[in-house]
Structures are given as C-alpha cells and as structure tokens.
Ligand binder design. Structure first.
Ligand SMILES: NC(=O)c1ccc[n+]([C@@H]2O[C@H](COP(=O)([O-])OP(=O)(O)OC[C@H]3O[C@@H](n4cnc5c(N)ncnc54)[C@H](OP(=O)(O)O)[C@@H]3O)[C@@H](O)[C@H]2O)c1
Length: 268
C-alpha cells in the first residue's frame, strides 16, 4: 500500500509504539486518524502531524461505528486500518479479576475484529484497503503470567490468518506483526509482575529474546505495510519459531489452491 495520501486509522496512537507509528506514517504523507481513550495526549500528538483524533474506549464495542464514522468524516474512507491498541493484563489466571478477562478480550481481540468487520465493506467496494494487526510473540509462545494476553493475541493472529484467506481474491491486503518485548511502559508493567518477570529474566539470560527498540519497530512495521508483507516477526532471530505456527496455515493455503476463493469482494 502506497502510504502517501492514504488515510490510516491508528488505534493505541499515544502508546510507546503508537506515537512512533504515527510519526513514521505522517513522514510518508499518510493522513491520520489517531484513536485512544485520553484526549490530551492525543491532541498534543495530532497537532504537529495534522491528524484527526477520536477519543474513545474501544472496549465499548457499541461505540465502534461512531469511531469509524468520525474518522471518515475527518479524512474520508479508511485505506489502512492499523490495530495497535492493547492491554497486557499480566498475572496468574487464578488471580485475575473478571473485568481483566473481559477488557483484555474486548480491546485486544473483539475491537479489532469488529472495527475490521465495519471497515471491510467499504474497502471491498473501493477495491482498496489494508488491515494491519500488531500482535505479539505471546500469540506464538506464551509465558506464565501472560496467559490472558497471549490468548487474546493468539486469537488476533488466527483471525488475521483466516482474513488473509478470505480476502485472497480481492485487492485488500493484511499484515500481521508479531513482536517480542519492546523497551516500553507496557514491558515495564509486565516486569512488575513476578511470574512473567521470572520468565523474561530467564529468556534474557539465555540470550533468546533481545528487547526491541521502539524506534526500530515502528519503521519496520510501516515498511511491511508499504511492501504488502503479510507477516512481520521481530526480533528476526525468533522468526523460525513463528514459522512453526505459519506451517499449518501454509498447509491450509496449499490445500485450498485451486479451490475458488470466497467471492467476498467479487460479489460487491
Ligand atoms: N510493548 C511491548 O513490549 C510489546 C510487545 C509485543 C507486542 N506489543 C503490542 O504493541 C502494541 C502497542 O504496545 P505499546 O507498548 O505501545 O502499548 P502502550 O504504550 O501501553 O499503549 C497502549 C495504547 O492503547 C491505548 N488504549 C489502552 N486502552 C484502550 C482502550 N480501552 N480503548 C482505546 N485505546 C486504549 C492507550 O491510550 P489510552 O490509555 O489513553 O487509552 C495507548 O495509546 C500493542 O498491541 C501490544 O500488544 C507490545
């Protein structure tokens, strides 16, 4: 997807990775709608970028049509839907509050699916669009203390794999980003939780999981969208691990070769 002039709806825009994604996208000439709950940082971020803002709690799924409508009022049809908002909800499942379970699934999984469902008909009608999900290596291999977060991200990655197949006969593209730990306030909060922290300490000792620089992550994500890559795994050294989860999906894709793709776009 050529980003110059494209309308990108970016959720989680004020977080560690979101602010960098917003800057990187603006540098490429994208027109931005930035979404998060808290207005003040959103407005401060948007000003210099000439971006529109929508302050909304994405766990409130009945509000999602309004979020999309506000974005379209500001910049017209959405070309790139970039699902980046998430909460980490670290801690043992046995100690989780029911609100944590609900909020994690609502923000990390239900909201991206619902926003995608709302946005796709226009993308298909215009024969132009790109859906991007910032998922996690926790979708591939989850540490203790991150079971809820991992479950939500595994759902998101699985949904993106299915979506990719549904859209294969259309010009609408998908990119799934699976990130390892990033220097960020989210990672700091995860490391405050004893069970998850112990696992990350072990992984660090083994040199298995270097912590990523968000200034490196954001341009890599934007490049993956520009290049229509369906998957980006960072750090690259764990890409073989991610390939293991890709294997059954590749088998399904191969098995479906020759099977007429669902006429998702063609019917419109
Ligand atoms: N940081 C990491 O180590 C890491 C590793 C792997 C994957 N990731 C993924 O990368 C993405 C970005 O992570 P990050 O570290 O930048 O997160 P972050 O700094 O915690 O930022 C989260 C963003 O989401 C917004 N948000 C939170 N709850 C929301 C809600 N209910 N409704 C709407 N917006 C909400 C926050 O703004 P408000 O609070 O104002 O709403 C903020 O803009 C996430 O999908 C995360 O899972 C991160």
């Amino acid at each position: 997807m050529r980003l110059a002039g494209a309308h990108v709806l970016l959720t989680g825009a004020t977080g560690t990775i979101g602010v960098r994604l917003a800057a990187e996208l603006a540098r490429r000439g994208a027109r931005l709608t930035l979404v998060a709950r808290t207005s003040a940082p959103l407005v401060a971020l948007a000003g210099p970028l000439g971006a529109a803002v929508v302050a909304a709690d994405l766990t409130d799924t009945v509000r999602l049509p309004d979020v999309l409508r506000s974005a379209e009022d500001a910049h017209g049809a959405v070309d790139v839907l970039l699902h980046n908002a998430a909460i980490e909800t670290a801690g043992p499942v046995a100690e989780a509050h029911p609100d944590d379970v609900r909020a994690t699934m609502a923000l990390n999984l239900a909201a991206p699916l619902e926003l995608t469902r709302l946005t796709l008909p226009t993308m298909l009608a215009r024969r132009r669009g790109h859906v991007v999900a910032v998922s996690s290596l926790a979708a591939v291999a989850t540490f203790p203390g991150l079971a809820l977060y991992g479950a939500s991200k595994a759902g998101l990655s699985a949904a993106m794999a299915g979506l990719r197949l549904e859209l294969r006969a259309t010009p609408v593209r998908t990119t799934t980003v699976e990130l390892g730990p990033v220097h960020s306030s989210m990672m700091d909060r995860i490391e405050d939780e004893a069970l998850a922290a112990a696992s990350f300490t072990r992984a660090r000792r083994l040199g298995a999981l270097p912590v990523l620089d968000p200034d490196v992550v954001a341009p890599a994500v934007v490049r993956a969208v520009e290049e229509d890559r369906h998957r980006l795994t960072l750090p690259r050294r764990v890409a073989p691990l991610a390939l293991l989860t890709e294997a059954p999906r590749a088998v399904v894709r191969a098995a479906l070769t020759g099977v007429r793709a669902a006429q998702v776009g063609a019917a419109r």
